[in-house]
Design a binder for this molecule. Structure first.
Ligand SMILES: NC(=O)c1ccc[n+]([C@@H]2O[C@H](COP(=O)([O-])OP(=O)(O)OC[C@H]3O[C@@H](n4cnc5c(N)ncnc54)[C@H](O)[C@@H]3O)[C@@H](O)[C@H]2O)c1
Length: 257
């Protein structure tokens, strides 16, 4: 079986040896898989999430720094960046994986729901990039990965607020890439349908809807969080050293199928 953790072929140093990287949304799903893979590749991690207990568990597992809080809270973001940069001696990478999905037709998308989705999925990641940027520039070889979504490129019904937030994050990342070059690369990673607690919640009421979603994928299966972690690893590592401002879809073919 394919060893997606990379432990099987990891050399002693690892592909992220000594790289100091913040990962948000690290308590679940993709963020947790990214933390595990990056730790296996030798990164020194600082983990963020709004859920303190599972955050503490993954931090203990990966030997990471961690602080729990809301990515929409500027004071929390300031505190995290200054605490982590001090604890790790600088920053070489940032992965914005925290996000929320709420669905409703446009007429039922309240202003409060709209604002919260923009706050968590767009304002928070963009502000964290801004606050971390001086530390990342000082690294001289840093990389940012903003986890957007295929929903920001090929939006779905009932996801107007989510699509707007992720489309906004893609556009923001391109400007960031231009302004932060050449010291810092920034790329948007757009997963398609990935099995995680976020998508599990979508099909609780009507599990047959999952088959409709799967039929849109050329590969006819959901992706795994470990597969997305591999894409994030590529974008953070030196292997993508000439890639910036890119939008990488990891979607099993659903963007064109
Ligand atoms: N699962 C998919 O199919 C899919 C597809 C495309 C994009 N995405 C995006 O990928 C990212 C990860 O999604 P996932 O599937 O792993 O979801 P998930 O629900 O398993 O994980 C999201 C994590 O973000 C944290 N979080 C939520 N709100 C937060 C806040 N305000 N502050 C700090 N942390 C917060 C949660 O506690 C959770 O640990 C999200 O940005 C999501 O929008 C997911």
């Amino acid at each position: 079986m394919l060893d997606l953790t990379n432990r099987g072929r990891m050399n002693m140093a690892g592909r992220l040896a000594g790289r100091r990287i913040i990962v948000t949304g690290a308590a679940s799903g993709m963020g947790r898989a990214i933390a595990r893979l990056f730790a296996a590749e030798g990164a020194k991690l600082a983990l963020m999430d709004i859920a303190p207990e599972p955050l503490a568990v993954i931090a203990a597992e990966t030997g990471a720094e961690h602080l729990a809080g809301d990515v929409a809270d500027l004071a929390y973001l300031d505190d995290c960046v200054s605490t982590f940069a001090k604890a790790l001696g600088g920053l070489d990478g940032l992965v914005n994986a925290a996000g929320i999905l709420r669905t409703a037709p446009i007429e039922e998308t309240s202003p409060e729901m709209w604002d919260r989705i923009q706050a968590v999925n767009l304002f928070g990641p963009a502000q964290l990039c801004r606050i971390a940027l001086p530390h990342l520039r000082a690294s001289g070889k840093a990389a940012i990965v903003n986890i957007a979504s295929l929903g920001g490129i090929r939006p779905n019904l009932t996801m107007s607020a989510y699509a707007a937030s992720k489309g906004g994050l893609i556009a923001f990342t391109k400007v960031l890439a231009a302004e932060a070059a050449p010291d810092v690369r920034a790329n948007a990673l757009c997963p398609g349908f990935i099995a995680s607690p976020m998508t599990d919640a979508l099909y609780v009421e009507d599990p047959s809807r999952r088959d409709v979603t799967l039929a849109r994928l050329a590969m006819n299966r959901a992706g795994t969080v470990e597969e997305i972690a591999q894409s994030a690893l590529f974008l953070v590592s030196h292997e993508s050293s000439f890639t910036t401002g890119a939008v990488l879809t990891s979607d099993g073919g659903s963007s064109w199928h």
